[in-house]
Structures are given as C-alpha cells and as structure tokens.
Design a protein around this ligand. Structure first.
Ligand code: AMP
Length: 449
C-alpha cells in the first residue's frame, strides 16, 4: 500500500472563478492571495448561493461580497433600466463610504456606476445622482427607505443584496427599516449576510430573508486577534486615565491612535484636552455633520491626525492602516463592540496594540469580553503610573495562558502569539515594560464563579 500525503495547494484568486478585469484590479490593489473569508465565500457566491457569513472586520469581508457582486455585473441584465443591480446595506455612513471605495477599486476595469446613499448627504444632489442611474448602491437603512418611499429607487432589477455588519444594524435599531426594505426587493435576488457574531436575532433575520443559506464561519469574535497585542491598565480615576493616555501617546511605537470614549461629549472634551497638550487630535461622533466627519477621516488617513477620539458608532468601518493603537479610555458596554474597536488596528495583516483602561467597577465588562473572545487580556502597568486601587482578579485556575496561532492572512502576530515570558490573563499579574512583574499577593475574586 502506498501512503498518499495530502498536499494543500495555496488558493489563488485565479481559482475562485472571477473574470479577468476583476483579477487585474485585485492585482493592482496589491493582493497576492485571497483571505480565508474570500476563499470560502467568493466561489459559493458566484455559484449563486445565499450566504450567512460570520466574519470580523479586517478579515477582507468587503471583497468577499464585492468581488462576486462585480462578477454578476459582467453579464448584462436582461431588462434595461436605471435601478441598482447590487444593493449593499451598511450600519454607518463611514462603512458605506468604505464599501463604495472598495467597489471602485475592484471595479476599476469595468464600467460600473456606484453610488452611496447615506444620511447627512444633501437630498438634491442625491436625487440627481439616483436619476442618472446606478449599478451598485451602497446605503444606510434609514436614508435608503426614505428614498424608496419617495419613489426614487427602482429595485425591480436588483439581483444581489448584501447586509454588511447586520448585527450592528440590528443593535442600532434598524430592524424595522431593514424589514421594510427587504419586503420590497425582488424575491429572486441572491443575498449575503455578514455579521461579526451570529446571535439568535441574526439567525431569525437570515431565516426570513435568506434562501437555504450556506453558513460560513471564518473569522468570528472568537478568532484570536493574534496580530493585536491586548493590554489592560487598571485606572483609579479620570486623572489617572489621562496620565496613562499621555504616557502611551508618547511611546515610540505610537503612530496613530483611536481613543474610544463612551459619550459624544466626552469625545469632544478629550480631543480638545489632547489638542491643548500639543497632540494633533480630533473627535468623531454621530452628532457631527458628514462633511466634518469626512474631513477628519481624510486627515487621519493622510497621517495629519495622530489621535482620533471616537464613539463606537462613528468609528465603525474605519479602515486606516496607520492605526498602531486602539485605546479604550472607557470600556464598551457590549463585548461585541470591543471586538469591533480593536479591529481598527492590525489592519491588512499588520500588527497592532489594543489598550483598555479599567476601573474597579469594570470587572464584569472585562469578564464579558474575555468570554466572548475566549482570550485573556494581559494586565500591564507603566512605571510611575501604577494604580492605587485594589485591582480585581480571577481565580488562578482560570488563569490560563493565551494560545498562539497565525493571523488570518498576515504575518504571525506579536501580542498573544507566543512571545517569550509568561503571558498572563486578566488576573492580577502585571507586566512592567515587557518584563514579567512579581506576582501580586493573592486576592479574592469579585468574579462570580
Ligand atoms: P475589510 O475586512 O473588508 O474591512 O478589509 C480589511 C483590509 O484588508 C482592507 O484594507 C483591504 O484593502 C485589505 N484586504 C482585503 N483583501 C485582501 C487580500 N486578499 N490581501 C491583502 N489585503 C486585503
């Protein structure tokens, strides 16, 4: 009997079934091989299947739906018209802009009209653009429904529908708008639903609007962010948080940071304070006009802005490769938001650092995050800025060492991927300046068992 060794060939873009103009555009974008979500989703979508995909931001999910969408446009529609053939619904304007850009990048060798219809954009301009006809429409649910109700969008030619970050759309209260939109799209269309986590509400949405979907789980919240080093600093109060922040912003590996606060007002205030201290900093939140948001994002992208102080909604979909740090000045109330936040760094296979400040009241938030990601967050201290508070800890038995692995398509990570020295979870151990610190005295855990 001969032993047959299995040879796993690398998956290439050429093997996914994409047309030459799309392959050329991918090459021009500098991509050498598909990310796992692209490798799995693209061929199935080209076959015409509905897909339910759990995939986190940064995994290349936009191309996973945009490439098969463009493939569909390679064949002329049997009925002429001005209405969109592809519709992508996104939770935020920023993500819509991002998706529109991706359509332009991957569709650069095709004659494709892409348009984003989002809130904050003046109606007369939007109406004019819609009148001129569109192939790919990228929209936020509220404005989409608005425009549909005023009869400006003809959906009769729609062939391909994408719900991007569907979990977020539900979180943001778009359920009714989504249902109203989905009720009016042709039954014959193909649908792809993307969500970071597959919660029961997502399964319900999928079972009402997807036809026999194939479930693809490539990158879920549980996927280890091996290319993102996660740290936690205990902070006594706001003054302590500000000093920690100042120190982190001055570290040599700091290129650009997104700092998350829990309120819009605080985002403004903190950006002002940082500006006053000589940092190029700006705020971004949902109360800002679209023009101001775009200008801020441009400045961030061009490197003219070092610190963006943002709220969850505003930062969703930001894809800036220079972001070296994500700093959770306040921890998010929902563990899923932690995953979305830290996904702003370590983009396109780079390494990143995610730092969270936790007060003594935050033990349940940290526990929820660690449960969701199944990763421990390492406790760190900065010399001279040690917390005075009695930090909370977990029983030693839960204190397992985070495992290693490889990033989905990038370099092997730094962070939790097996760096030397004992890496501890969120446990009352602390590391100083990269060296393991002495073990702190045993404490009782406030965690419920
Ligand atoms: P996304 O998850 O769609 O937000 O994509 C995250 C980042 O990965 C974007 O900057 C993309 O340009 C980049 N990207 C997407 N696909 C690939 C690929 N196959 N190879 C390298 N980078 C990619």
């Amino acid at each position: 009997m001969t032993a047959v060794s299995e040879v796993v060939l690398p998956i290439t873009f050429e093997s996914l079934g994409l047309a030459a103009p799309i392959l050329e555009a991918i090459k021009a974008a500098g991509y050498t091989e598909p990310t796992p979500v692209q490798a799995r989703a693209v061929p199935e979508a080209i076959k015409g299947r509905d897909l339910l995909v759990s995939s986190q931001t940064g995994s290349g999910k936009t191309a996973a739906f945009m490439l098969p969408a463009l493939q569909k446009l390679m064949v002329q529609h049997e009925t002429p018209g001005r209405g969109p053939r592809i519709l992508v619904l996104t939770p935020t304007r920023e993500l819509a802009v991002q998706v529109t850009k991706a359509a332009d990048t991957y569709g650069r060798n095709m004659r494709v009209k892409t348009l984003s219809v989002v809130g904050g954009m003046p109606y007369p301009l939007q109406n004019r653009m819609l009148k001129n006809g569109v192939d790919i429409l990228v929209a936020t649910p509220g404005r989409m429904l608005d425009q549909m109700n005023s009869g400006r969008i003809d959906l009769s030619r729609l062939q391909f529908l994408v719900l991007d970050e569907a979990d977020r759309m539900l979180d943001m209260g778009f359920k009714d708008d989504l249902e109203a939109i989905l009720a009016k799209v042709p039954k014959t269309r193909q649908t792809m639903l993307f969500s970071a986590t597959i919660e029961p509400s997502i399964v319900r949405l999928a079972s009402s609007f997807l036809h026999d979907p194939l479930r693809i789980a490539v990158d879920t919240a549980q996927t280890r962010h091996v290319n993102i080093e996660q740290r936690l600093h205990f902070a006594d109060d706001m003054g302590h948080k500000n000093r920690l922040l100042e120190s982190i912003l001055g570290q040599p590996d700091m290129l650009q940071a997104i700092v998350f606060t829990s309120t819009k007002r605080h985002a403004d205030q903190l950006a002002q304070d940082l500006h006053g201290k000589g940092h190029s900093a700006a705020a971004m939140h949902g109360d800002m006009h679209q023009g101001a948001r775009n200008r801020t994002l441009q400045a961030l992208r061009r490197g003219g802005l070092k610190v963006l102080v943002a709220t969850d909604v505003a930062a969703r979909g930001i894809d800036v490769q220079g972001i070296s740090h994500v700093i959770n000045y306040d921890l998010p109330m929902q563990a899923e938001d932690y995953v979305h936040r830290i996904g702003r760094t370590g983009r396109a296979g780079r390494n990143g650092i995610a730092i969270s400040f936790a007060s003594s009241r935050d033990s349940h938030l940290v526990r929820d995050i660690e449960r969701l990601t199944t990763q421990k967050i390492e406790v760190s201290v900065i010399e001279g800025l040690e917390p005075k508070m009695r930090t909370f800890s977990k029983p030693a038995t839960r204190n397992t060492r985070p495992g290693g692995g490889k990033s989905s398509y990038g370099k092997p990570g730094g962070g939790n991927s097996g760096a030397p020295g004992r890496r501890e979870g969120f446990s009352g151990y602390a590391k100083r300046d990269g060296r393991p610190a002495a073990r702190s005295p045993a404490r009782t855990s406030p965690y419920p068992k």
